[in-house]
Design a protein around this ligand. Structure first.
Ligand SMILES: NC(=O)c1ccc[n+]([C@@H]2O[C@H](COP(=O)([O-])OP(=O)(O)OC[C@H]3O[C@@H](n4cnc5c(N)ncnc54)[C@H](O)[C@@H]3O)[C@@H](O)[C@H]2O)c1
Length: 344
C-alpha cells in the first residue's frame, strides 16, 4: 500500500493506492457518515459498505446535474447530517465529482473522502480537488476546488469494471505516460497482457505512478493558473469529439491525443518515431477512434470550452514523452489544423 499526499489550498489530501477496501471503516468518523454511490457499484459492493446510510444515484453522466445535488442534499437532511457530518463517495468519476461538490456546498462545506472504483477515477478524477456538475451539455461548468480528506484506490475493484470503462480509463493512464511519466508508457508496452488481465499488483504500481504525477502538478498549481493546464492534453479536441460522437470520455480523449500528437509532429515538436510509438500503443489497446467531423462543428464545440480565454484557447503540445507545454492560440488556428488533417 502506498500513500501519496496532495498538499493544496492549505489542505492535505491523502491518496492510498493498493489499499484494501476493508480498511475504510478505520478512516471515517464513527458517526454522522452518509455514503453516496451509484446503483451499479452498490449492486456489486453494497454488502461490504461500512454500516452507514446509503444514498444512491443512477449510474452515468446523466446524473451529474444540479437536480441530483438537490435531491442528495435533501437526503442528508433526512439523515440529520449537520456541519460535523462526513460524506463518503464510493464509485467512479461521476459519484466522486458529485460527492465532492455536494460536500463542498452542503451547509457551506462538510468533510468528505472517496473510494475510487473505476480506473478513470483512480488515475485522474478522484485526485486533485475538482468537483462539479454539468450544465446541460457543458461539462463541469458548475464546480469548486476542494480536496477530499482521503482517496482509496483499491485496484482489486477494477476487476468488476465493464470492459469499455476499463479501456476508457487506460486512455487517461496513457495520457499521464505521455505528459508526465514515460515509464508508464514502457510498462504498458511491455506488460500489455498483464494490463489486459487487470493484474492488481501491476495496476497498483501504474495507478500509483499516475497519482504521484497528478499530485505533484496539483500541489504546484491547484487552481489551474499555469502548470495544471498540461493535464488537459488531448482534452480540447477530445471534449468536442465526446459531445459530437457520444463516445466515452477516455475514448474521446484518446482521439483528441492522437490529433494533438499529429499536430505536435507537424510543427516538428516531436519526431515521427515518437508519434508513431504512441499511436501504436493506442492501437495495442484498441484506442484508435474516428475523430472526423466537419471543421464547422468542431469550431462550434470548441467555442464552448471552459479553457478559452477570450477568443483564444490554452492548447497542450508535447516536445517528447514527459515534455508537455502549453500555448495560447486563437481558436481559428486549431480549426485550420483540424481542416488540414481532415483533408489528408
Ligand atoms: N474531477 C476531475 O478532476 C475529473 C477528471 C477526469 C474525469 N472526471 C469526470 O469523471 C467522470 C467519468 O468517470 P468514470 O469514467 O469513472 O465514469 P462513471 O463514474 O460513470 O463510472 C463508469 C461506469 O462504471 C461503473 N462502475 C464504476 N466502478 C465500478 C466497479 N468497480 N465495478 C463495476 N462497475 C463500476 C459505474 O456505475 C458506471 O456505470 C466524468 O463525469 C468526468 O467529467 C473528473
Amino acid at each position: 500500500m502506498e500513500e501519496i499526499i496532495v498538499n493544496a489550498g492549505g489542505c492535505l489530501s491523502r491518496i492510498f493506492v493498493g489499499q484494501h477496501r476493508e480498511d475504510i471503516a478505520r478512516m471515517i468518523p464513527g458517526k454522522g457518515v452518509v455514503i453516496i454511490t451509484d446503483d451499479n457499484v452498490y449492486s456489486v459492493y453494497g454488502k461490504e459498505f461500512p454500516g452507514f446510510p446509503v444514498l444512491r444515484i443512477k449510474p452515468g453522466e446523466g446524473s451529474k446535474q444540479l437536480k441530483t445535488v438537490e435531491l442528495l442534499a435533501a437526503g442528508l437532511l433526512e439523515h440529520n447530517i449537520d456541519r460535523s457530518g462526513f460524506l463518503l463517495g464510493i464509485g467512479g468519476g461521476v459519484v466522486c465529482d458529485i460527492t465532492g461538490f455536494l460536500a463542498s456546498v452542503f451547509m457551506r462545506g462538510i468533510s468528505f473522502g472517496f473510494v475510487s472504483t473505476s480506473l478513470l477515477s483512480q488515475v485522474d478524477a478522484s485526485t486533485g480537488g475538482k468537483n462539479g456538475v454539468n450544465l446541460g451539455e457543458i461539462k463541469n461548468l458548475i464546480g469548486i476546488f476542494r480536496q477530499p480528506e482521503f482517496v482509496v484506490c483499491d485496484t482489486e475493484m477494477l476487476k468488476t469494471l465493464p470492459e469499455d470503462e476499463y479501456f476508457s480509463g487506460l486512455a487517461e493512464l496513457i495520457k499521464t505516460g505521455i505528459i508526465g511519466d514515460p515509464s508508464i508508457i514502457e510498462s504498458l508496452e511491455k506488460d500489455h497482457q498483464k494490463v489486459r488481465n487487470r493484474d492488481p499488483e501491476l495496476l497498483s504500481d501504474l495507478v500509483g505512478r499516475a497519482v504521484k504525477y497528478k499530485a505533484s502538478v496539483v500541489t504546484a498549481d491547484e487552481r489551474e493558473s499555469g502548470l495544471r493546464r498540461v493535464l488537459n492534453f488531448g482534452h480540447t479536441f477530445g471534449h468536442a469529439i465526446e459531445l459530437h460522437k457520444g463516445i466515452k470520455h477516455g475514448f474521446a480523449v484518446a482521439a483528441g491525443m492522437e490529433l494533438s500528437l499529429r499536430w505536435s509532429r507537424e510543427l516538428e515538436y516531436i519526431d515521427n518515431d515518437t508519434c508513431e510509438r504512441i499511436l501504436n500503443l493506442f492501437s495495442l489497446y484498441n484506442l484508435r477512434f474516428d475523430w472526423h467531423m466537419s471543421p464547422d462543428d468542431m469550431r462550434k464545440l470548441i467555442s464552448h470550452d471552459k479553457k478559452k480565454s477570450g477568443g483564444d484557447i490554452y492548447f497542450v503540445f508535447v516536445k517528447g514523452t514527459g515534455k508537455p507545454f502549453v500555448k495560447l492560440l486563437p481558436v481559428s488556428e486549431l480549426i485550420d489544423f483540424y481542416s488540414r488533417i481532415t483533408r489528408k
